[in-house]
Design a protein around this ligand. Structure first.
Ligand SMILES: [Zn+2]
Length: 267
């Protein structure tokens, strides 16, 4: 079964949901995409019923705290479990060179010596760049430079076993430079920060984020078929699914998913 296990759906500073991150599952093979802002990632993985010792691939889109910080408790637990023979094999971390350098420095400065050696033996970094291809959880994933303005940021796309195409676009608005590569994609995971009516309240464009209208108008012109919208503010979390879906349907003719944490989306 091919699916998205949603671990978090919030933007940077949310408390009513975890920060946006998910597991792409291909028949009990798991790719963790982003890690959220802290140790809660461990609870999220547990609650999603994914055995931590089955996660061997982690993709980190960029260095911002709400995507990166969860890597440290994760790696620490993996080192502990490796020492206790509860975790076998290596962990592949796919990220930009600058993200790798941040992780390496923090681990070197803060991890206990006994873990550091295990860390060096267990973690395999892959410094990603636009257009590179990797075999991950039975998919060939192609790296996409998101052309983000303020930070080096990557997404990826792949073809699923069911023949559908899948794109994860990080947490910035889809750049015009990537439009041709996204055209007619079956599944697109895209950030939205808030609804159009909240533009003046939250100013999403000032921080390179978007409203539901921005994203859905664009995805409609690109012929996208299924759209997952997340990385949102949490001010209207109880009604978020309903309100965001309603606005999306005004501009987008395909299927819209506005998940809550722990939703499962079959691809
Ligand atoms: Zn973010």
């Amino acid at each position: 079964m091919e699916k998205i296990l949603v671990l978090g759906t919030g933007a940077g500073l949310t408390t009513k949901c975890y920060n946006t991150c998910f597991i792409l599952e291909n028949d009990e093979k798991y790719l963790l995409v982003d890690t959220g802002a802290g140790a809660q990632i461990l609870n999220q993985i547990q609650k999603a019923n994914v055995p931590l010792n089955q996660i061997h691939d982690i993709f980190i889109s960029h260095k911002h705290i709400d995507h990166l910080l969860g890597i440290f408790p994760l790696v620490r637990i993996i080192c502990r479990d490796t020492l206790a023979n509860a975790y076998e094999g290596k962990v592949n971390v796919y990220c930009a060179k600058e993200v790798k350098e941040i992780i390496e420095k923090f681990v070197l400065d803060t991890f206990h010596e006994k873990f550091f050696q295990i860390y060096q033996e267990s973690i395999v970094f892959h410094e990603i760049e636009d257009g590179q291809k990797y075999d991950v959880i039975g998919y060939e994933i192609e790296i996409l430079d998101m052309q983000a303005k303020d930070v080096i940021q990557y997404g990826f796309q792949t073809k699923l076993n069911n023949g559908k195409t899948f794109s994860f676009l990080g947490d910035v608005f889809c750049s015009e430079k990537n439009a041709d590569r996204i055209k007619n994609t079956d599944w697109v995971c895209h950030e939205v920060f808030c609804m159009e009516a909240e533009n003046e309240l939250f100013h999403p464009h000032k921080i390179n984020h978007s409203t539901v209208k921005d994203v859905t108008e664009k995805m409609q012109t690109l012929g996208v078929k299924n759209l997952v919208l997340w990385h949102t503010k949490d001010n209207c979390i109880e009604k978020r699914k309903e309100l965001y879906t309603q606005e999306a349907k005004e501009y987008f003719g395909g299927n819209v998913y506005v998940p809550d944490d722990f939703d499962v989306i079959e691809l």
